[in-house]
Design a protein around this ligand. Structure first.
Ligand SMILES: C[S@@+](CC[C@H](N)C(=O)[O-])C[C@H]1O[C@@H](n2cnc3c(N)ncnc32)[C@H](O)[C@@H]1O
Length: 224
């Protein structure tokens, strides 16, 4: 059963450390030898995971970041003071637009796509399309993966955000697997979907009602 919920929430300031790089990068430890893979960070924002991989020894030429906003990616350079030395290509693109630079130039080329806090911002039907878009960029090779983390919930909910006139579907582990089942069927893909639950500290900071029952989901979707 899917619940409906409204959350009229304005912007809040998260204290430092709430979404630190280690928390976000944790699923990457599941990927064998990232140095030999072509890695793409979806909706990268400041791209801290990209920098973590370079720091861990992955060749920057195999690593890409993409976001709708070039300002956010530029701010990442300012934050990490690495514009002249990082060597990673950042691609300003609407990753949901089939005609965008990212989708045209890199169709089917990535071994690893990392997506954090992106799949959870859409309603159910749109999320299926977003999942299919991610599969379109992912290599056909068995073992290629889409992994990441996002906000989930203990009972599936469609949450309305009246202040921005949007709604988003928050997944349980079960609905998340079901959604990828639909995306797999519609694209003729064979996928193994692993998803685990974790504590979600941001709920207290935002002061969101407990009924939302938010959790953190960590997922690895692997072509078989
Ligand atoms: C909630 S933030 C998550 C940022 C980062 N992945 C993280 O976990 O900290 C969503 C990000 O998605 C980007 N974004 C939203 N729509 C997009 C689109 N259609 N194409 C590319 N990036 C998009 C935003 O610019 C923003 O950086």
């Amino acid at each position: 059963m899917v619940e409906e919920f409204s959350l009229d929430d304005g912007p809040v300031e998260a204290p430092p450390g709430v979404m630190d790089g280690k928390t976000i990068c944790e699923p990457l430890t599941e990927v064998p030898d990232p140095a030999r893979l072509v890695f793409e960070k979806w909706s990268c924002c400041f791209a801290q995971e990209v920098r973590q991989l370079v720091l861990d020894g992955a060749p920057p030429g195999n690593i890409f970041g993409a976001d709708l906003s070039s300002d956010l990616m530029d701010m990442g350079h300012k934050l990490f003071l690495d514009e002249d030395k990082l060597g990673v290509r950042f691609i300003q693109s609407d990753i949901l637009d089939k005609q965008s630079t990212l989708r045209v130039e890199f169709k089917g080329l990535y071994d690893v796509i990392h997506a954090s806090n992106f799949f959870h911002v859409w309603p159910w039907a749109k999320t299926i399309q977003v999942a299919k878009d991610a599969l379109d960029l992912l290599s056909d090779k068995p073992g290629s993966v889409i992994l990441g983390t996002q906000v989930g919930t203990r009972r599936a909910k469609n949450v309305n955000f009246p202040h921005i006139n949007r709604s988003a579907f928050f997944h349980t582990t079960e609905t998340w697997k079901r959604l990828w089942g639909v995306a797999a069927n519609e694209t003729g893909s064979r996928l193994d979907v692993q998803v685990t639950e974790d504590y979600f500290p941001d709920q207290d900071i935002h002061g969101w009602p407990e009924e939302l029952e938010f959790i953190r989901l960590r997922f690895i979707i692997r072509r078989t």
